[in-house]
Design a binder for this molecule. Structure first.
Ligand code: GCO
Ligand code: MG
Length: 418
């Protein structure tokens, strides 16, 4: 009997997938999930990013208990077929758990392809259209002054783009420390987050930033999905004079249908996408006229193969890319972002994370930022290895995001999408 998981057509060579594993490690304090695919050629393996830090145990189960048996015995060069198989075999497809697992496999197969060819992945994608990716970094202080001190240090270190966030009273601040202190002592939830205060404080932050940092630097801001469509327009207009590079995630994904109206009324560019968990949603964002920049977490939409299609669509309709790349993207995921950045004409900007030394120890070859630029690695594949002994020294715990999210409430106690 022919086993249906066998190779469905004659492959270019006898090379076969022999093992598929998930490796979870937290060298920077954040759980990172990486897929390792081994092959029948001794020493030839690939790595892919599957990091959904808040639900990593579920991703590991999908990889090891569901996807591995579809892949072992197959030729690793059939990247598109294997991705489609991983998706179709579940029948109900996509979602962040499934897509992260698929991304891990997808990127590991690209890594193997690059190693076989002796070429970096960016060259397999068609080659460079720029030397490096210009990046932005995050300044987030408890006060406006503290935020601007950080921004100044980043500008001195070479960055041309800085995202600014500042704390508000209570537990709900995003991108800046949670302040111990009560927003409203007489309210049912005195540590609550207040949208009115946020809409007042944010333009003050940017006015102070332009006064102190001048006009040269590009400034960005992340709302983290907390506004109504009307509030989004109010905020965007209040920031017009400060010439933002982009205003990120003004609306939660449930409200994305309203983005075209918000974008039309916004004097500053609108960036959205890290919460997309299906290619259907991501495609609608790119083609629907509601975004100036698309910024998916590429493992949450299925990996490099998915994101390169989005980048191609973005190029054709004049949307630019700004792939999500904070600390809960593994170095392999960052390398995939950089490979897209340097090969796509749609490139807008790249979010970056300065990985701490233990991450470099676990993942030799992890990208380092130079004067605010991320350069692609020219080694075969991703050019990033894994030291599994070192990885084991940094065991992952459940993500702290759950506890933070539980405290992000209005002063009436109602939860706010964090
Ligand atoms: C960003 C994001 C992140 C997310 C994080 C959630 O723009 O970098 O908003 O900071 O909050 O990835 O785990
Ligand atoms: Mg964000």
């Amino acid at each position: 009997m022919i086993e249906t998981f066998d190779q469905p057509w004659e492959a270019v060579s006898d090379l076969r997938i022999t093992g598929v594993r998930a490796i979870v490690t937290a060298p920077g304090g954040i759980p990172l999930v990486v897929v390792r695919i081994d092959t029948s050629e001794p020493g030839l393996y690939g790595l892919g990013c599957a990091t959904f830090t808040q639900r990593w145990k579920a991703v590991v189960t999908v990889i090891e208990e569901h996807l591995a048996r579809l892949l072992v015995g197959r030729y690793p060069g059939d990247i598109e077929d294997l991705g489609r198989l991983a998706r179709f075999s579940a029948y109900w497809r996509e979602g962040p758990v499934g897509n992260n697992a698929i991304s891990g496999v997808d990127q590991a197969l690209w890594d193997i392809l690059g190693k076989r060819a002796g070429l970096p992945v960016h060259e397999l994608l068609g080659g460079k259209v720029r030397a490096a990716a210009d990046t932005y970094t995050h300044a987030g202080g408890a006060t406006v002054e503290e935020t601007l001190d950080q921004a100044e240090a980043f500008i001195e270190a070479g960055w041309r783009h800085v995202r600014l966030q500042v704390s508000q009273l209570g537990r709900g601040s995003y991108g800046a420390p949670s302040l111990v202190g009560m927003t409203d002592a007489g309210a049912p939830y005195p540590h609550g987050w207040q949208v009115s205060e946020y809409l007042r404080r944010t333009p003050e932050l940017f006015a102070a930033a332009r006064a102190r940092l001048g006009d040269q630097v590009e400034l960005l801001h992340d709302v983290h999905s907390r506004l109504s469509p009307k509030q989004a327009v109010t905020l965007a207009r209040s920031l017009e004079d400060y010439r933002l590079f982009f205003l990120e995630d003004v609306l939660a994904p449930e409200l994305w249908d309203q983005l075209p109206g918000v974008r039309a009324a916004s004097p500053v560019p609108i960036a959205v996408g890290e919460l997309a968990t299906s290619m259907t949603d991501a495609t609608r964002l790119v083609l629907g006229g509601g975004v100036d920049l698309i910024r998916c977490h590429i493992s949450a939409i299925g990996g490099l193969s998915a994101a390169r299609k989005l980048a191609a669509a973005a190029e054709l309709v004049g949307v630019r890319t700004a792939w999500h790349s904070p600390g809960d993207t593994s170095p392999i995921g960052a390398a995939a972002n950089i490979a897209l950045d340097v090969t796509s004409a749609a490139f807008g900007i790249q979010e970056c994370h300065v990985y701490p030394e233990p991450v470099h120890e676990v993942f030799p070859g992890t990208p380092r930022v130079v004067n605010g630029w991320w350069y692609p690695n020219d080694e075969p594949g991703w050019g990033i290895a894994i030291d599994e002994e070192a990885a084991a020294r940094y065991p992952a715990e459940l993500s702290g995001h759950d506890a933070w999210a539980a405290g992000v409430r209005g002063i009436d106690g109602g939860l706010i999408a964090p």
